[in-house]
Design a protein around this ligand. Structure first.
Ligand SMILES: *Cc1c(COP(=O)(O)O)cnc(C)c1O
Length: 388
């Protein structure tokens, strides 16, 4: 495999994003059939990766889209997603973005505040249309993940505070341009402990009952996303166990008649199909450490610098077995070229003794990788390789 990769990448400048499209297709097939088993609908969270090749693959395989900006809605539609399968979340939707969503007749606004409902109502009225509203409820469930990607606690900015729900209901009832169609929840990202989703189900059932008792039959329960992946061993578990994930909801959710369950998965769909590939620029032997300095840095993949995220770092120049006696293994801090100490992909990583020009892959970079890349330091645009 490595020999083939080396050949493929021989003339392509680095840093580059390597996308394994067959793995992406297989992942989408698996998630779709696992969800279909229970009639669940999956919206791909565009913010995880909006590369046009990736989007068109995913839309052509029949998933809906979860958007967090007006431009994401436009891009999703341009890449083949059905507007009737687009949901729109975000605490700070602008008037322009609300108009884009309304003009495209999206499935639902996941609304996050009282004021937002008022504004959507006004804009829908001015466009003489009806906005479908799902109330994003903050369920106060701890995602037990990095605090930057925990979103479902009372102290987070996301979702409607439960003491304001009554006000929301009144506002919606009093405006013919607003239609309440469902409830929305999203508690965080990179959640690997399924107990978090169990606790979410308990809260969802409570809120579902609360609205039912008030006489509302809400057709949509949107449970959000957040399913985590195994960053340690991307090849052993290249596709997450979506069956277990959906089965948990199937077992625990208490649905009312006619209710549809929706999910918004991002990371678990795209993370493992992408790797950031880089070449070694320099090796620097410090007093206590060896540094491998790459031509990729936090400008190409921010997650390690932003949330101390782990990514598996592999030697891609040739097939090597680190366990074998024939391979000389060295320990490196693998760092980027940017003038920030946080620009480090991994500390004390065992790799074959490296030399200038060697290929290094930073695995599981398909989600929140390319999308968070920046031109900081006036870095060059990214390069790409798509495995067909
Ligand atoms: C980011 C986000 C998602 C996707 O989260 P993943 O962890 O990538 O699955 C889903 N819903 C909302 C509202 C989000 O903000």
């Amino acid at each position: 495999m490595m020999q083939q990769v080396k050949e493929e990448l021989k003339n392509i400048p680095t840093p580059l994003y390597y996308y394994d499209l067959p793995l992406l297709r297989e992942t989408v097939d698996v998630v779709k059939s696992a969800a279909d088993r229970y009639g669940y609908k999956v919206h791909y969270a565009i913010k995880a990766n909006n590369n046009p090749r990736i989007l068109s693959e995913i839309s052509s395989l029949g998933l809906g889209a979860d958007c967090v900006s007006g431009t994401e809605i436009e891009v999703a539609i341009a890449q083949g997603f059905q507007s009737s399968e687009i949901v729109f979340a975000g605490v700070g939707k602008t008037d322009r973005e609300i108009e884009i969503a309304l003009k495209n007749n999206i499935l639902a606004f996941n609304v996050e505040s009282v004021q937002e409902i008022e504004v959507i109502g006004e804009i829908a009225q001015s466009l003489d249309t009806v906005a479908n509203i799902a109330l994003r409820i903050n369920p106060n469930v701890d995602a037990k993940t990095h605090h930057y990607i925990t979103t479902g606690l009372d102290e987070n900015k996301f979702g409607i505070m439960t003491h304001e729900l009554e006000t929301c209901l009144t506002l919606i009832q009093n405006n013919a341009h607003l239609k309440l169609i469902g409830l929305h929840f999203h508690v965080g990202s990179q959640i690997t402990d399924l107990n978090v989703f169990k606790r979410l189900c308990v809260k969802v059932n409570e809120w579902n009952q609360y609205f039912y008792d008030k006489g509302y039959t809400l057709p949509i329960l949107n449970l959000g996303g957040g399913l985590g992946i195994n960053y340690m061993e991307p090849d052993e578990e290249s596709i997450v166990n979506f069956s277990n994930f959906f089965y948990l909801f199937h077992q625990l959710l208490e649905l009312k008649q006619g209710q549809e369950v929706h999910f918004e998965l991002g990371r678990s769909i795209v993370a493992n199909c992408g790797s950031l590939v880089s070449r070694v620029l320099y090796i620097k032997n410090g007093l206590k450490k060896n540094f491998a300095i790459l031509d990729a840095g936090m400008t190409e993949l921010l997650r390690p610098a932003l949330y101390q995220a782990f990514h598996k770092i592999e030697y891609w120049s040739e097939e090597t077995d680190l366990e074998s006696d024939k391979v000389e293994v060295e320990r490196y801090d693998v760092v980027g070229p940017i003038c920030e100490s946080s620009d480090c992909f991994g500390k004390e990583v065992n790799l074959p003794k490296l030399k200038r020009g060697d290929l290094i892959a930073i695995r599981s970079a398909g989600a929140y990788g390319e999308v968070m890349s920046s031109r900081y330091n006036l870095r060059q645009p990214l390069n790409y390789f798509y495995k067909e």
